[in-house]
Design a protein. Sequence first.
Length: 259
Amino acid sequence: MKKIVTIFALLLMMPLMAQNNHPAFKAGEWLKFRIHYGFLNASYATLQLSSDSIDSIPVYHVVGIGKTTGFASIFFKIDNRFESYFDKNDGKPYRFIRNTYEGGYTKDIEIDFDYNKKMALLTDNKNSKKVDIPVHNEVQDLLSAAYQLRNKYNYQDLQKGESLDMDMLFDDDGIFKFQLKFLGKEIIRTKFGKVECLKFRPLVQSGRVFKEKESLTLWVSNDMNRIPVRIKADLAVGSLKADLEAYNGLRNQFKIIMK
């Protein structure tokens, strides 16, 4: 189950492909998602973006929180907090924090990036150990990746069937290679009305958790915000679905076709 939660966290924090001449976000942006497992409202996740500084460098500070709610929390309690500090100009992460509780599984880590040394220092607070991990200038953490992609890429250059790759470091397992395949555009119904979306398929490992390698689907708003609108996952047992529940402080207008 912890693998499912981590993948969902990654996707909810992975808005995509804004036109790079139109900034996709600003400090004060807030997003809330409702996650369903079958007929249950299993949990919620929020993202809050603010301005901050690290060693006098202007940065964005994003906090992602995910928790189970109601009946679902009786069977599987989740209490996750992710934080990232990334450069306002080039999007490089300087510091990443992960504090996870998922049904008894816990993780408490901090990652500090040093691009001069091409190393990241990972501090494992739970196990009282520190690890140096080699990194390069294009590596991202779980949260900074989302905001970097929103400004870096132009979706108009992306062809149907083409895949995007990214190197991310957000765990003591080292750099994680994440891949997304573009499936085209689709209009979906949401609580806000109809929304035109860019549709993606993250490629995952089939087996114990997911039915097939391509069991996940992600819909991202086809406007200048590029925020996740819906995620669906076919699991070995049942299915998960996440929907955008609420938002505030968007930099650009959220394009809704009709109520």
